[in-house]
Design a protein around this ligand. Structure first.
Ligand code: G5P
Ligand code: MG
Length: 227
């Protein structure tokens, strides 16, 4: 890749941000940073921020802006020399404004998936916590039920995919995301993709990124160390 490329992917819970981010990272060599995965890592490591975040996530609420920005911005600085894709951050206008002050974004991808589709998907989601790999018992099942394909370790369901927290998350998303979407629209960097299936959306995102990222690395180029 000839220059640093910075992208954000937004969308309601279960809209496929994680699934599409994995494909983007693999195809275009961007570093994928998921705010949800990062929070769960902090919870597992019992950091102070993680302990605080857990109380919100369990109820399906957003983690306060100052906690999120304090966690995420140092991580972005660490990967500042790489091209990256931020998944799940910013969620609020306050977070978007802080990010604005830290860097210029090239592209914002917004996923628009119907509410009923989202509810159905999340009920069937299982994850492998150490790697963040996401499975769906219908769309993308593990080879062996209940275990990760790569490590053979057990899969779990998120606390906030349980019914009460799930509906609260979905309802809240729209209200909070609207001003963020409007901000990126006004900057001319918003690309919205609407469908019920990730496999239908993916070719459109891939074509858009091929135009925006001039020289995507080939898989062999990705594994070659820089000199
Ligand atoms: P997260 O972890 O960022 P959410 O709520 O934004 O969580 P989530 O749940 O991770 O979003 P996703 O990444 O958009 O969803 O979707 P996914 O995981 O790829 O796909 C969902 C499921 O559907 C999977 O099982 C997948 O296999 C399947 N699937 C994908 N495509 C298809 C398809 O086409 N068809 C079918 N049938 N299935 C499909 O955040 C968690 C919590 O952390 C806090 C909040 O409390 C949040 O609730 N948080 C923040 N708080 C404040 N500010 C922030 N910036 C925060 N970021 C996180
Ligand atoms: Mg996710």
């Amino acid at each position: 890749m000839s220059r640093i490329f910075r992208a954000v992917i937004m969308g309601p819970p279960g809209s496929g941000k994680g699934t599409i981010s994995e494909r983007i990272a693999r195809t275009f060599g961007l570093q994928h940073l998921s705010s949800g995965d990062f929070l769960r890592e902090n919870i597992a490591a019992r950091t102070e921020a993680g302990q605080l975040a857990k109380t919100y996530i369990k109820k399906g609420l957003l983690v306060p802006d100052h906690v999120m920005t304090r966690l995420l911005l140092p991580r972005l600085e660490e990967i500042a020399r790489h091209s990256w894709l931020l998944d799940g951050f910013p969620r609020t206008l306050a977070q978007a404004q802080v990010l604005n002050g830290a860097c210029d974004l090239d592209v914002v991808i917004s996923l628009n998936v119907p509410f009923e589709t989202l509810k159905d998907r999340l009920r069937h989601r299982w994850i492998h916590p150490p790697s963040g790999r996401v499975y769906n018992l219908i769309f993308n099942p593990p080879r062996v039920k209940g275990v990760d394909d790569i490590t053979g370790e057990p899969l779990i369901q998120h606390e906030d995919d349980k019914p009460a927290a799930l509906v609260a998350r979905l309802r809240h998303y729209k209200d909070v995301a609207k001003p963020v979407i409007d901000l990126y629209k006004s900057k001319g960097i918003l690309h919205t993709f609407s469908d019920t299936d990730t496999d239908q959306i993916w070719p459109h995102i891939s074509s858009m990124l091929r135009v925006k990222i001039p020289a995507p690395p080939t898989p062999s180029a990705q594994s070659t160390p820089a000199h």
